[in-house]
Write a new protein. Structure first.
Length: 391
């Protein structure tokens, strides 16, 4: 187990950040075309659009060359349209496809897999037990040595080539290093299911007493959810200079709000950058229900104006990460997520520069501006706030 712990604490040998979807997916597509051994791809949303067509073609061509290609999509994030457009093409060319926690009325072929002998009642109970647990990760591991991680779903909505200035603002990263092995284990954990792979995964990660030195953040078990969350709270609680947050769906737990307030009171520069509009129309309403409590404690809040800000990143002094995790209850309790911790000073500088650049396209929210916000929004946010555990 010491061997596992040692490579889990090694830095990434290469880190490359992306802040536009066109470049990110162009590089990812190129490396899939160059793959020689394996492609392991998982995403929450896989849209049947022009970008989806390109990546499906890249994966099928790789499979034709003898590359082992696995693709996993989420059973709620990806629609039946994905299945109708791509499944038979992918299957015919040798690409293995799985749907994470498939809904039977959308993905009948994948629902209740290996449970055909169970009674309908038992199957229904099992479905209710997992329906709220989703795979929100967006990762691709190529040849077991390169990984792409971030908040980019497979959708042209991220590409300025199609949406111009309205393209979503996102962040992704390409990494190389020994911890790629961990990302593969996480992929296989969701690929084979909790039943078949819970013990091997537990053995793989057994003996780890600290997560503070790991170059990535993950949450496939309740234990690691707690450990990484507590580690983040501790880092903010001892921050000396700044805490800069970029997040798309801001519905944080009360403990997170508490440590932010205390950091700001100590004089730490705490800034929160959120989207003004969202693909889920009520999300800004819920986020704004937190504004008053944050603003009165000297926490600066900004709303991104140019397009939908879908990025997820966090900077605490010299510690920073990017990935798929939102600051909401879904990421904290329900969904599978993966974030990459930046281990190279140059990468952290680039992320900080991008945060400042994003602020130039944002409008600061002051207490006076908050008071002028629509009273209807504030009223409608109240019942949504009560069900924040599921949002």
């Amino acid at each position: 187990m010491k061997k596992v712990a040692s490579f889990l604490e090694q830095k990434w040998t290469k880190e490359e950040l992306f802040f536009d979807g066109d470049t990110y997916f162009r590089r990812l597509e190129t490396e899939i075309h160059l793959a020689q051994r394996s492609v392991e791809f998982e995403t929450y949303i896989f849209e049947p659009d022009a970008l989806g067509d390109r990546l499906v073609q890249a994966m099928t061509l790789a499979a034709q060359r003898g590359v082992r290609v696995k693709l996993q999509v989420d059973g709620i994030g990806s629609s039946q349209a994905f299945f109708k457009r791509y499944f038979h093409i992918l299957q015919k060319e040798g690409v293995q496809v799985r749907v994470f926690h498939a809904l039977p009325w959308l993905f009948r072929k994948f629902a209740y897999k290996n449970q055909r002998s169970e009674l309908f009642f038992s199957k229904t109970i099992r479905l209710l037990g997992v329906i709220n647990r989703r795979n929100h990760r967006k990762t691709c591991v190529i040849d077991r040595k390169i990984a792409y991680i971030g908040s980019y779903n497979v959708s042209t909505r991220h590409l300025s080539h199609y949406y111009e200035k309205l393209a979503w603002r996102d962040t992704g990263i390409r990494v190389e290093g020994p911890a790629i092995r961990v990302i593969r284990k996480l992929f296989l954990f969701s690929w084979y299911g909790r039943r078949g792979w819970s013990m091997p995964v537990k053995r793989f990660f057994a003996g780890l007493s600290s997560v503070s030195k790991m170059p990535l953040r993950f949450n496939m078990t309740r234990k690691f959810r707690r450990r990484f969350y507590r580690d983040l709270l501790k880092r903010i609680s001892v921050a000396k200079e700044h805490v800069w947050i970029t997040n798309a769906y801001f519905v944080p737990h009360r403990t997170f709000i508490s440590v932010l307030r205390k950091a700001a009171i100590r004089g730490v520069d705490v800034r929160v950058l959120l989207p003004k509009t969202s693909d889920i129309f009520f999300m800004p309403w819920i986020a704004r229900s937190y504004y008053y409590g944050l603003l009165k404690n000297q926490i600066q809040i900004y709303e991104y104006q140019s397009s939908f800000l879908h990025a997820k990143s966090l900077i605490v002094d010299d510690y920073a990460f990017v990935g798929s995790s939102n600051l909401n209850y879904r990421s904290l309790y329900h969904d599978l997520e993966l974030d990459i911790v930046l281990t190279q000073p140059k990468s952290r500088e680039i992320l900080e520069d991008q945060f400042r650049k994003d602020l130039s396209f944002a409008e600061e929210v002051t207490l006076n501006r908050w008071k002028k916000m629509s009273w209807l929004e504030k009223v409608l946010a109240l019942p949504l706030f009560l069900i924040r555990y599921w949002i």
